[in-house]
Design a protein around this ligand. Sequence first.
Ligand code: NAD
Length: 228
Amino acid sequence: MCVVDYDKRKADSVAEEIGEAGGVGYSVSVDLTSADQNKASIAASAELMGGIDILWSHVGEPGPGGVEDLDITAYQRSITLNLDSAVVASSAAIPHLRRSGGGAILYTSSVSGLVGSQFSPTYSAAKFGVVGLCKSLALVLGPDNIRVNALCPGPVNTPMLPGFLARGRDVSADELAELQTKLATTSIPLGRVAEARDVANAALFLASDEAAYFTGVALAVDGGFSSR
Ligand SMILES: NC(=O)c1ccc[n+]([C@@H]2O[C@H](COP(=O)([O-])OP(=O)(O)OC[C@H]3O[C@@H](n4cnc5c(N)ncnc54)[C@H](O)[C@@H]3O)[C@@H](O)[C@H]2O)c1
């Protein structure tokens, strides 16, 4: 597996973890807002691993909150990272998947790619775009034995979550914890935000042979958040 992240330290440490768990981990450090670097990371991954049969395009960021008084630069950057990066990575990876005789593409969208978000309309627009890309490429690539699916997580306990909870305001750690508890108890039927492992387990399934008949699926991984 080849881990791509612009934070070299993080990419290296995940590659190391993969090695410690008995796998073979590589890392490549690029800025995925650059289409050229994104393409180069796919080429480097294919070279390191001797081919590609699974692509997980996972990177994203919350971007600006509202649409009034829009910061155009921040908006464009977030569309580039949340949506364009998935298109560019797919464009570069598909020839490698074909060469492997098929495979799986996974995207990380969001529940905001399934239902609207009053707090992050532009994030939601990008994540709906990712679901559209997934469903469309599933139609295009099915005959080539390439399955294309998307994960749609609800709130996940990662460094991104405080940004969603605070929504641009300055809030203390105590207030963040309170906001998280409130969100979990009022909006998530299973009563907790997701852990990264919940999303990883869904990804493992969709990438595996056990999901051989799944394509074009936008799978909510949200403890029931989007069920109402
Ligand atoms: N955390 C949540 O609540 C949540 C909910 C739904 C969907 N998601 C989606 O899950 C995905 C992962 O989110 P996360 O919560 O792990 O975010 P995170 O902010 O915790 O981690 C993002 C990772 O991407 C890397 N990164 C950021 N910008 C980059 C760039 N330009 N080039 C290369 N690497 C870059 C960072 O170094 C970091 O390792 C995103 O697509 C996000 O939109 C997150």
